[in-house]
Ligand binder design. Structure first.
Ligand code: BG6
Length: 482
């Protein structure tokens, strides 16, 4: 493991991301004893200012986003802070801003993603001390070609082991629990395959609308914002093979391996296996929401989706035959954040009226895991009842961002995205993005506060019956294994 970092240089220190997420997460981490007291925070932004002015700015952000903070931890962090004015796209400015920083150092790109490329170029020109850590936020590029270019640029200045591509979902309690449940218990692994699992639904429905993020979201849309990263990460953890150890190389190798087996819907399946939608005006969570298309900063002709659903296949021995349906929506009437693993029916049903297969449900915020089973009910001894064996977990002690910062400080990149993985994630969604851009799938409307655009409730039958295209079609292909 690398030496603990001495300096955290935040580029974009006055930006929304730093104020809303990073500063509160650092203070929470410091309060939990996870940040060495002498860690220096080097705040870099283009505005004029000095250390004291930035301290005041940071305090105001903490007042807004972490009012009940551990004040001692906040004071210690702010004491060790310095501010440098710099244009992050200028090599000279960055060289001057970073030259006195204590090493080892991490450079955190808390910047809009249009600035990633010029900033990485400037960092290459500035010349960084060896083994400087890079932390880079999502979205990592806008498509596969972009992600490849970013990776090439990163490789000019950084060793891949020192690069942390952030996906904060990997530090969410219930997402981490997928690893524990699968690999620290014996009972699930023998049934964790397409012989026993009929489908996996990964759902992220939020009641929030655009929340003033048009600048970013209107160019991204739901597929790029959630499915391309967070939901595919969850799929990878559900579907990966057991790693030899829970360490950076083993876990990430297994994730990349399974992502390479993930296939987007074939060109002639796009209209059946994907759905997209955009909310219209409505009431959501007690709030009136204007139509997405009428929201400030939105360019309606872009046709940005606020609801996305894609059913993927995983073409390997374990999963051939099990669809993975990933879906996400904003302004949804009912919030739902979960991974639902649906088991097949029993092979013979001795009870009457029974076709209610078991479900293992990982729910996020609040964090619960429930195994939904059929058991003999209280009344008639042969009437079945649906019972959930469930465990609820207290709120995560350290929020995901604090946990990730702790991993960054310690140099452990197990929970961050490797370069080849970032490219696989784009490869998987790119054909869907292109089909949607060509309007092959209609952009349906749904009122804010509703259940989303109308459409299939379960993955369409033809999709469940699909076969790996490399092995012939479903019809007349008797040789198909799995
Ligand atoms: C972000 C997305 O990455 O994740 C948001 O950009 C989404 O659109 C958010 O709302 C959900 O994560 P969390 O942890 O804030 O619930």
């Amino acid at each position: 493991m690398a030496d603990v970092l001495k300096t955290l240089a935040v580029l974009g220190a006055r930006g929304d991301m730093t104020g809303r997420l990073l500063l509160p997460a650092l203070v929470r981490l410091a309060g939990a004893g996870g940040l060495p007291a002498d860690t220096a925070l080097l705040a870099v932004d283009r505005d004029e200012g000095d250390d004291d002015a930035y301290r005041a700015h940071a305090r105001a952000k903490l007042d807004a986003h972490l009012p009940d903070r551990d004040q001692k931890a906040a004071d210690t962090l702010l004491e060790h802070l310095s501010y440098r004015q710099a244009d992050v796209t200028s090599a000279d400015d960055l060289r001057a801003a970073l030259e006195d920083a204590g090493t080892p150092m991490a450079v955190y790109l808390a910047l809009p993603n249009v600035l990633f490329r010029p900033t990485l170029e400037a960092l290459a020109g500035a010349g960084l001390p060896p083994h400087t850590t890079l932390v880079i936020e999502k979205p990592f590029g806008a498509d596969l070609a972009d992600a490849r270019e970013l990776n090439a640029l990163i490789a000019r200045s950084f060793d891949e082991r020192d690069v942390f591509r952030i996906d904060h979902f990997l530090a969410k309690q219930t997402v981490l629990d997928v690893l524990g449940l699968r690999f620290a218990n014996r009972i699930f692994e023998p049934v964790w395959n397409s012989d026993h699992i009929s489908r996996v639904d990964i759902t992220w429905y939020e009641s929030l609308g655009l929340e003033g993020r048009a600048n970013y979201y209107d160019r991204a849309g739901a597929l790029r914002d959630m499915i391309q990263n967070h939901l595919l990460q969850m799929l990878a953890l559900v579907a990966m093979e057991p790693p030899r150890s829970i360490t950076e190389r083993d876990v990430r190798d297994r994730k990349v391996e399974v992502l390479r087996a993930v296939a987007p819907p074939a060109a002639d399946e796009m209209a059946r296996a994907t759905r997209r939608g955009r909310y219209t005006a409505g009431t959501c969570g007690g709030k009136e929401l204007p139509a997405y298309a009428d929201s400030e900063g939105v360019e309606p002709s872009r046709g940005t989706e606020t609801f996305a659903e894609v059913t993927f296949r995983v073409w390997n021995w374990r999963w051939s035959g099990t669809p993975f349906r990933l879906r996400t929506g904003k302004a949804m009437g009912t919030e739902r954040r979960e991974i639902a693993v649906h088991f097949k029916s029993v092979p013979h049903e001795p009870f009457d009226d029974r076709d209610n297969p078991d479900v293992l449900r990982f729910t996020l915020s609040p964090d619960t895991i429930a195994l939904e089973l059929n058991l003999n009910g209280e009344g008639d001894p042969f009437d079945l009842e649906r019972v959930a064996l469930d465990a609820a977990f207290p709120t995560q002690e350290l929020p995901p961002y604090s946990l990730l910062l702790q991993e960054i400080m310690e140099g452990d990149s197990t929970l961050s995205i490797r370069g080849d993985e970032a490219e696989e994630l784009w490869r998987v969604v790119e054909p869907v993005l292109q089909a949607w851009e060509r309007d092959e799938v209609p952009l349906k409307e749904y009122p804010a506060g509703s259940a989303g655009p109308s459409g299939a409730k379960k993955p369409p039958k033809r999709i469940e019956d699909a076969r790996d295209p490399r092995q012939g079609t479903a019809e007349g292909d008797d040789a198909q294994a799995g």
